[in-house]
Design a protein around this ligand. Structure first.
Ligand code: PEP
Ligand code: MN
Length: 353
């Protein structure tokens, strides 16, 4: 195997492998097929899985570590796994795992990051820091700084999107302006994108990965499973090795190796793009509620248009706009247009027998 610093400096840096290590066969099959695609640089697998609720598959623990080492030895892949506690760090270092990543939930907690970074003092191992689940750039930078202060020299960030408060097209909201701002603040920090956790579904991976390449990202972390349909975690978003190979060969690399951050104008345009995407998602959500309201009103034989309600909408929104320096007349026009569409949607439903 090449030297780790050399591998770390490859562009694009492609990390691929299953969400979780599930069995020896699953790991070995996955690694062998990934080797055959010739597109992966580093093999990933989660050994300890952070689960939202108890009673779900929590990873294969020590046994999984053995499989990861066997992958490393048999297929000559550098291997990476997630650590969330100092105990994990001890085990990973003892086993000779090459690199580690910090999960989104862990980055959100400065106490955990502090402890993990202390446990890494004097160890020169690449550390990949995923963004915290909430879009708090300073929290993300804070974690990176703690690893820097512990003497870690090879640090990269992984953008895996942010917790969506409303259902969206993707599992996580990309909010591309956040990793772009990170690049502006720490220009020499490599940033990878994890299109699997952003996309949340196989069909979204290429689109998200392409966007990452189009802005400036230095690589990808993609979940790959030999048989995603039976995966114990993140089944919907894992690609087969063959699909992974296809995604990789369909990706257009526009500025490979170019670490120049986007210009001020490009950066502001990306912010606008991201905000527009969120506005449209929210409008979609608003119209979904209009449909539910229409069904409700239909059952009770209520009119779609209610004057009192409309007046209170206008008054409260105009006041809110005025308070933050938006022209209330503009908000009035915008609301009229939204309301018109909402009434049309409701009429359509109420017309039906
Ligand atoms: C993962 O990579 O499998 C994972 C749990 O990711 P995140 O911390 O981004 O949710
Ligand atoms: Mn996962």
């Amino acid at each position: 195997m090449e030297e780790i610093p050399h591998i770390f400096n490859k562009r694009p840096l492609i990390i691929a492998g299953p969400c979780s290590a599930e069995s020896r066969t699953q790991m070995m099959d996955c690694a062998q097929q990934l080797r055959e695609t010739n597109q992966a640089t580093i093999f990933r697998a989660g050994i300890w899985k952070p689960r939202t609720r108890p009673g779900q598959f929590e990873g294969s623990g020590d046994e999984g570590l053995k499989w990861l080492l066997e992958v490393k030895q048999t297929f000559n892949f550098p291997v990476i796994t997630e650590v969330a506690t100092t105990k994990h760090v001890e085990k990973v270092l003892k086993a000779g795992i090459d690199m580690i990543w910090i999960g989104a939930r862990t980055t959100s907690n400065p106490f955990s990051i502090h402890e993990i970074s202390k446990a890494l003092e004097g160890v020169d191992i690449p550390v990949f820091v995923k963004n915290p689940a909430n879009p708090d750039l300073d929290l993300w930078i804070g974690a990176i700084e703690r690893f820097k202060n512990a003497g870690i020299r090879q640090i990269a960030a992984i953008h895996r999107g942010f917790y969506p408060y409303e259902p969206t097209k993707y599992r996580n909201i990309p909010k591309w302006e956040v990793p772009i701002e990170l690049k502006m603040r720490i220009p020499d920090l490599p940033i990878l994108c994890d299109p699997s956790h952003i996309g949340g579904a196989r069909a979204n991976i290429l689109e998200v990965a392409q966007y990452a390449y189009d802005i400036m990202m230095d690589g990808l972390m993609i979940e790959v499973h030999p048989n995603p349909d039976v995966a114990k975690t993140d089944s919907k978003q894992q690609l087969t090795p063959k699909e992974f190979g296809e995604v990789m060969s369909n990706l257009i690399i526009r500025v490979q190796g170019d670490l120049n951050p986007p210009s001020q104008l490009e950066r502001m345009r990306m912010q606008i793009d991201s905000i527009d995407q969120q506005l449209i998602d929210l409008l979609g959500k608003r119209f979904d509620i209009s449909r539910n309201i229409a069904n409700y009103k239909k059952d009770l034989n209520l009119a779609p248009f209610q004057l009192k309600r409309w007046r209170s909408i206008i008054d409260s929104r105009k006041l809110q706009a005025k308070n933050i320096g938006i022209n209330p007349d503009f908000i009035m026009k915008l609301l009229q247009s939204i309301h018109k569409e909402s009434i049309a949607i409701q009429n359509e439903i109420m017309k039906k027998p």
